[in-house]
Design a protein around this ligand. Structure first.
Ligand SMILES: [Mn+2]
Length: 441
């Protein structure tokens, strides 16, 4: 049934004007306050004119409604003759601050169950945080990094630093959602992460045609960017990468070594598996090469023996202070020289950045690198044989104004470019603008 509104035209009389006169008087009264003229006839006439205009406008609206009723047009139904969104404004689109949450507004797929889905680079969340030594909360890291990425979009992904837009590179990038990891059983969760990674890396690529297929099977595999989660997620990742590529060389940005054999209180095999021991366990399992490298180390240690153990696990160290003494170019050179052309996995603990610039993390360490310094080093690593990367240990409960989530999302944007570019971009090292010293004397 059409919705009918009954309306009647009414005559404008002095009595019908009285409420409007009162309203107009209240509006104008204070402005004319104190003037005796307020009681005079000319002012009354002014009020009447104003009120008539007010009611006249209402009458105009009534006439329009009368016309609709006369035409039998149902009010509020779908057939009202008003322009539709599509014809007036075009397709619906997400703005930076709207839409469902996926990394950089990328297409969101439940990749683990979509067997036929292919892609070149997949973003996957690993909301696992039950193997930490200090603050929990990194299970919300994937959410925080995606949220921090909202101002990144395919249509606005070009940067001067890289001289390219990774979303318009021709490669297919998708957000694969989060792995549904158990928050109750770490052994189960770690197996779930490995099975998920095997599943994702086993899919065919869409466009990626590397000049050097790195897989043991002679094929090129999709690159996976993981959003942690605490750092333990790297153990199942390395297990999966090893199956695909053989021993993996790691570039590890972190304030901490993460090569400790065990912590005090370890009483079971499972309790050895933590966010500070996973590299030791990976080396024990033979998953890594012996030419990996840390960048940004500054944590307190048990003693110098920690560094001896670290070297035995297969790492060299670029300490936080080295950046001040050596500069970005030399730090980049040391990393590149160390890893060579082997299959490289890049793992970045957000705590490599100073807690002032990335406070939302589980084990903050004062005196870290700036976000800009980390980004410059990352640019210098373009062209290495990256097989995957992650940002871990983002725990947004400790964040302020999304600083950490935004920094982590920006770093993932750099990962995308870093994996695509075959050479170091001109905007970054080593082609930075030469310093021209002008003698003004
Ligand atoms: Mn760390």
């Amino acid at each position: 049934m059409p919705h009918v509104i009954s309306l009647s035209r009414r005559r404008i009389t002095l009595s019908s004007l009285l409420p409007a006169i009162k309203c107009t008087s209240r509006t104008l009264g204070p402005k004319l306050g104190g003037l005796k003229m307020l009681r005079t006839l000319p002012v009354f006439a002014l009020l009447v004119v104003g009120a008539r205009a007010h009611l006249g406008e209402q009458e105009h609206l009534r006439i329009e409604l009368d016309e609709l009723v006369k035409q039998g047009t149902p009010i509020g139904s779908d057939s009202v003759k008003s322009p539709r969104w599509l014809e007036k404004y075009g397709p619906q689109f997400d703005q930076t601050f709207s839409g469902p949450l996926s990394f950089s507004h990328l297409p969101y797929h439940t990749c683990l169950e979509q067997e036929a889905l292919d892609y070149d680079i997949a973003v996957i969340g690993m909301p696992f945080d039950t193997a930490v030594t200090y603050r929990t909360g990194a299970r919300f890291g994937p959410y925080a990094i995606r949220s921090g990425s909202r101002r990144q979009m395919g249509s606005r992904g070009y940067t001067m630093a890289w001289g390219m837009n990774p979303y318009e590179s021709g490669l297919k990038i998708v957000d694969c959602g989060d792995i549904p990891v158990s928050p109750f059983d770490n052994a189960l969760a770690i197996d779930q992460m490995e099975v998920a990674y095997n599943t994702l890396i086993g899919r065919p690529t869409t466009h990626l045609t590397g000049t050097q297929p790195l897989g043991k099977d002679g094929a090129e595999h999709p690159r996976i960017i993981s959003l942690g989660g605490d750092h333990t997620i790297v153990l199942p990742i390395l297990r999966s990468l090893y199956k695909t590529y053989g021993p993996i060389t790691v570039i590890h940005f972190d304030a901490h070594l993460d090569t400790w054999p065990a912590y005090v209180g370890t009483t079971s095999p499972q309790s050895r598996v933590t966010h500070g021991t996973f590299f030791y366990l990976a080396q024990e399992e033979g998953l890594m090469s012996n030419h990996s490298i840390h960048a940004g180390i500054r944590c307190k240690m048990n003693g110098a023996e920690d560094l001896e153990n670290d070297a035995a696990v297969g790492f060299k160290v670029v300490a936080t202070d080295d950046l001040d003494d050596l500069g970005v170019p030399e730090v980049v050179k040391r990393i590149r020289d160390r890893v060579g052309d082997s299959p490289v996995y890049l793992s970045l603990d957000i705590d490599v950045i100073d807690p002032g610039l990335a406070p939302a993390t589980g084990t903050p360490e004062a005196g870290g690198w700036t976000t800009r310094e980390v980004k410059r080093i990352l640019r210098g690593l373009a062209g290495l044989n990256f097989v995957g990367a992650d940002v871990v240990e983002v725990a947004p409960a400790y964040d302020h104004a999304e600083i950490t989530g935004i920094a982590a999302a920006d770093i993932v944007h750099d990962f995308l470019s870093m994996m695509m570019e075959k050479t170091v971009p001109k905007g970054g090292y080593p082609y930075a603008t030469p310093l021209h010293i002008v003698d003004e004397l």
